[in-house]
Design a protein around this ligand. Structure first.
Ligand SMILES: CC(C)(COP(=O)(O)OP(=O)(O)OC[C@H]1O[C@@H](n2cnc3c(N)ncnc32)[C@H](O)[C@@H]1OP(=O)(O)O)[C@@H](O)C(=O)NCCC(=O)NCCS
Length: 146
């Protein structure tokens, strides 16, 4: 998981970060495999009635094949089972793939954190997005996990 994360992010979670989150009672996650290999992962945390998406990433070799969408679908099912009501997440304004993914799944902007992300000397706003827990099957498209 840490290796996949490192291929997806400039500031990836370490193995210790994953171990720490996996031990937390309010954390939950999902992974999707393709051809027997880890293709995508996502981690979330329950906070009151909210499910907060902490991270999601798919392996560069399987992008645009529905792996992230499948992870979000599985996380959503878990959030429903836990009785959570609302998804909340944060995404950098310049992260077009992630913003398009969330838009396709009907997330809406509920706030902006100015200059929340930095890359070298550049700063980027973070958009806070939300949507109800319980994705309609029609919004999940035709890609499923293997
Ligand atoms: C964002 C990310 C998780 C998407 O993973 P993915 O497995 O490629 O996503 P999916 O194949 O499930 O895509 C579902 C939909 O999202 C949108 N989407 C995903 N990547 C896109 C891209 N590069 N450009 C435009 N739209 C994109 C599309 O609408 C896509 O549906 P379509 O392929 O039928 O058009 C992946 O690009 C990634 O790991 N990025 C680095 C980590 C990251 O930024 N995580 C999000 C942090 S908030």
């Amino acid at each position: 998981m840490a290796r996949l994360h490192a291929r997806a992010f400039g500031k990836p979670w370490s193995r210790l970060d994953f171990e720490t989150w996996l031990r937390r009672e309010n954390a939950f996650g999902a992974v999707v495999e393709r051809s027997g290999r880890l293709a995508a992962l996502g981690f979330a945390m329950a906070a009151g009635e909210d499910a907060e998406l902490l991270t999601i990433a798919s392996s560069p070799s399987v992008r645009r094949k529905g792996a992230a969408r499948a992870v979000l679908c599985e996380l959503d099912q878990k959030a429903q089972e836990m009785g959570l009501k609302r998804w909340v997440l944060e995404v950098a304004c310049n992260n077009k793939p992630a913003r398009t993914l969330y838009q396709r799944l009907n997330f809406v902007e509920i706030g902006v954190r100015k200059g929340y992300y930095s890359a070298g000397p550049d700063q980027f706003d973070g958009f806070v997005l939300a949507r109800p827990v319980g994705l309609e099957p029609t919004s999940l498209g035709g890609h499923g996990s293997d």
